[in-house]
Design a binder for this molecule. Structure first.
Ligand code: ZN
Ligand code: ZN
Length: 388
């Protein structure tokens, strides 16, 4: 089945928006230019309401259908922020700001949702209200959390919400989704090990923090290998080791470790948090040192509601016919999880073809995906609020 014809016609226009965003990447909440451009375009389409500054720099547009006998309100969400990466795509619309790059395709997501907003304001062929949500700071800043904390869901009466992300390795035009957990929870931990520093030739007069830290790093591997049910997913990675001496002949006084935890199940998440403290504190004590753990919860698990996943699959089938409805979950995390914790909905992947992976300096969003993505966004509104 084909994409909506209108999006094939609009492809040059949507592509131009996408490449303009690509040339002007902005980070985290500092998406002022992007948000202003999004708001201007939404107003030019004739959105019934355009509100800026939600969750600091988020933008929300309200589009009323021809009728509103259903009283339904469907939210559609895209992200606007880029990454601190030096671009290596070589395209003529490459980033004009060295060190900032749209390496996750949020330029494409924003452009596709703008395309859907333009189409929906033109046609209004639905019975209810569509709320288009453009969020800042998906890449670690919690922009989705901020928009929810700003009362977005209640303010606009959003009843269900849908999000999309492009995915390299999946053919363009193919969708992939699963019910339940589709992306992991991402937490961070910091460990500070304190011993007794001193001369490296006199270890017996010291409490060697590097040895303690090494034992802790190895012991933490037993959480995944020995503690958690092998049928449940968990990642515990120690990623940074920092000592307070860089000499060859000094036993440092303090060693700091930093790492990340990825889980798919809140009970596993609780368990891992507790277990990290037990292992770190117990190992340090056994070796005569002291250690403290700071554990910070980040993005929660992204959970697709069963019924809403079915709706998303139906629309994707109508758009392209190519849908993997039981794709494997990913251990990456997604800020859209905060919105899905507030309202039922679903998050779907759209193929980006055989490109570099997201977050790679050679990655680029494939504009051929635009008609599929815009059709899916618009299709979700039309399918969930059929015209009276
Ligand atoms: Zn990303
Ligand atoms: Zn992303």
């Amino acid at each position: 089945m084909p994409v909506k014809n209108r999006f094939s016609e609009m492809l040059p226009e949507i592509t131009a928006w996408r490449r303009d965003f690509h040339e002007h990447p902005e980070l985290l909440f500092d998406v002022h230019r992007t948000a202003a451009r999004v708001a201007d375009l939404l107003r030019s389409f004739g959105c019934d309401e355009v509100v800026t500054g939600i969750g600091r720099t988020g933008v929300v547009g309200v589009i009323k259908g021809k009728t509103d006998t259903s009283g339904r309100v469907v939210g559609l969400r895209a992200d606007m922020d880029a990454l601190p990466i030096i671009e290596q795509t070589g395209v003529d619309y490459a980033s004009k700001t060295p060190g900032k790059m749209h390496a996750c395709g949020h330029d494409g997501h924003t452009a596709m949702l703008l395309g859907a907003a333009k189409y929906l304001t033109e046609t209004r062929n639905f019975d209810g209200t569509t709320v288009v949500i453009f969020q800042p700071a998906e890449e670690g800043g919690g922009g989705g959390r901020e928009m929810c904390a700003d009362g977005m869901m209640d303010r606009f009466g959003v009843q269900e919400v849908y999000g999309m992300h492009n995915m390299p390795g999946i053919p363009v035009g193919t969708f992939a989704i699963r019910p339940g957990a589709i992306m992991a929870a991402a937490d961070q931990f910091d460990v500070v090990v304190t011993g007794k520093g001193g001369h490296a030739a006199k270890p017996h007069d010291c409490v060697d923090t590097t040895v303690v830290a090494a034992h802790i790093i190895v012991a933490l591997q037993t959480i995944a290998s020995r503690n958690v049910d092998p049928m449940k997913q968990v990642v515990v990675s120690v990623c940074t080791v920092e000592t307070d001496s860089t000499a060859h002949n000094v036993i440092p006084q303090v060693v700091k470790l930093k790492g990340t935890v990825r889980t798919m199940d809140p009970t596993v998440q609780d368990f891992v948090e507790r277990r990290i403290s037990e292992i770190v504190e117990g190992t340090a004590m056994a070796l005569g040192a002291k250690a403290v753990v700071q554990y910070n919860r980040g993005y929660p698990v992204t959970i697709n509601a069963g019924e809403n996943t079915d709706y998303a699959v139906e629309v994707a089938k109508a758009v392209s016919g190519k849908v993997d409805a039981n794709t494997a979950p990913l251990m990456g995390a997604e800020d859209f999880s905060f919105m899905l914790n507030e309202r039922p909905g679903a998050y779907i992947f759209l193929g980006n073809g055989d490109t570099a992976m997201v977050h790679h300096p050679a990655y680029n969003f494939d504009d051929d995906a635009i008609p599929f993505g815009s059709s899916w966004y618009a299709g979700m509104a039309e399918a969930r609020m059929p015209a009276a």
